[in-house]
Design a protein around this ligand. Sequence first.
Ligand SMILES: [Zn+2]
Length: 283
Amino acid sequence: MPLVTSKQMLLDAQAGGYAVGAFNAENMEMVQAIIAAAEELKAPVMIQTTPSTVKYASLDLYLANVTAIAKKTSVPVCMHLDHGSSFELAMQALRTGYTSIMIDGSHSVFEENIALTKRVVDACAPSDVPVEAELGKVGGKEDDLDGGAGGYTVPEEAKEFVEKTGVGSLAVAIGTAHGVYSGVPKLDLDRLSEIRKLVSIPLVLHGASGLSDEAVQESIKRGICKVNFATELRIAYTDGVKKVLADAPDAFDPKKYGAAGRENVKQLVMNRIRVCQSNGKAK
Ligand SMILES: [Zn+2]
């Protein structure tokens, strides 16, 4: 089917008590893997690209891949800009045809984050493209993103932020980090519940690679409607490629190791869709 926006997808998840899995893709094989996994489990799914991924190829190349594959599937697929780093990039994604956009002003002070987010929300409104923002800093490192040590979202600020920006969904910082965890992350779930009490829009969890299934599910119970998975997909893809090349160092056909990476990603995404309990939720 044609691409859909994230709006109804996330509202359905919120009403149904599950989360939509949002998966970062870096190449055609990963796009194929994510959509194949969603199709097999009848799950709505979001595919997203960060600014560094967009720089590697281009917005329209990723969008064309996703659109072409989504067209042949029966599950809703949304194309999302992850961590949009500027108003200009958000507008480029909008014009290109992305159906969901994140503007990440979390590195700015509170008022500047509000102003930037509101500007993007207003610009996307005529096209009905929903906007995700971030308040508080999700720590850790992923590509060029460096959240540093992170700073937790303050519930009262979240309320004010949502009221002033009219944003569609909000990424909250409750102790997760991007990249690979060195220890077991400790989530501040009470903080999440506090935010939920004050904010009615769908909440988003970043940095879920490496979190336990229980931690992800508990956060969903407390209001998370979208869970981002990036780092572990990259690891799964690369592990598949490495294994083929280790077994057959003379292999030279990109299709051979690409297929192995793709299968690894598909299995991982199916697992994560089940953790998010979005399987069988495609409409
Ligand atoms: Zn993130």
